[in-house]
Design a protein around this ligand. Structure first.
Ligand code: IMP
Ligand code: MG
Length: 173
């Protein structure tokens, strides 16, 4: 197993996180946000992001995992659901990476069914080439090619989440 050189360095990530936080702070001026992180992958991105957001936030999480049965359908299991009352709240959903879009699409529809005032989605990474389901993304950190990446919260088999940078991961055989 090989973790390559950083695809995005600590400095590049921190710079981009601040830009996104500034955009969010200005878009939500005068409002408060219910920030919902999708665990586990989004934990590091979310903790940096919320520290740089300048409007009041309430933090919650959702834990979901996908069980992919075929290439085109994924079944999502919810292990921990949002505890806050989300009706009439401005919700910002935080994801580490959007790949096929199946997970995020499912969570988005689930949240919208509970009638929030608004719902926006912020993803650190967007692997556009792999998209199967179109999900509207309001804030994106970086577009990336179809490569498997680890670090800054992202894992391979639950490893490498603690790397402070993002790198391409190659499985050696
Ligand atoms: P989707 O439902 O196909 O969009 O899958 C999104 C989820 O797959 C993310 O939340 C990640 O947990 C995982 N994932 C997709 N691509 C990668 C990657 O390159 N590295 C690590 N996790 C990934
Ligand atoms: Mg994930």
């Amino acid at each position: 197993m090989v973790v390559g050189k950083p695809l995005f360095t600590v400095e590049q990530i921190q710079h981009r996180v601040r830009e996104i936080a500034d955009a969010i702070s200005s878009d939500y001026e005068g409002k408060d946000i219910l920030v919902v992180g999708i665990l586990r992958g989004a934990f590091m991105f979310m903790s940096d992001l919320v520290r740089a957001i300048k409007v009041p936030v309430v933090i919650d999480f959702i834990i979901a995992s996908s069980y992919v049965k075929t290439d085109s359908t994924g079944e999502i299991k919810i292990h921990y659901d949002i505890r806050e009352d989300i009706a009439d709240k401005d919700i910002l959903l935080i994801e580490d990476i959007v790949d096929t879009g199946v997970t995020l699409n499912h969570l988005r529809e689930r949240i919208l069914a509970r009638r929030p005032k608004s719902l926006k989605i912020c993803a650190l990474l967007d692997k556009k080439e792999r998209r199967l389901v179109d999900v509207p993304l309001d804030y994106v950190g970086f577009d990336i090619p179809d490569e498997f990446v680890v670090g800054y919260g992202l894992d391979y088999d639950n490893n490498f989440r603690n790397l402070p940078y993002i790198a391409i991961f190659k499985k050696t055989v």
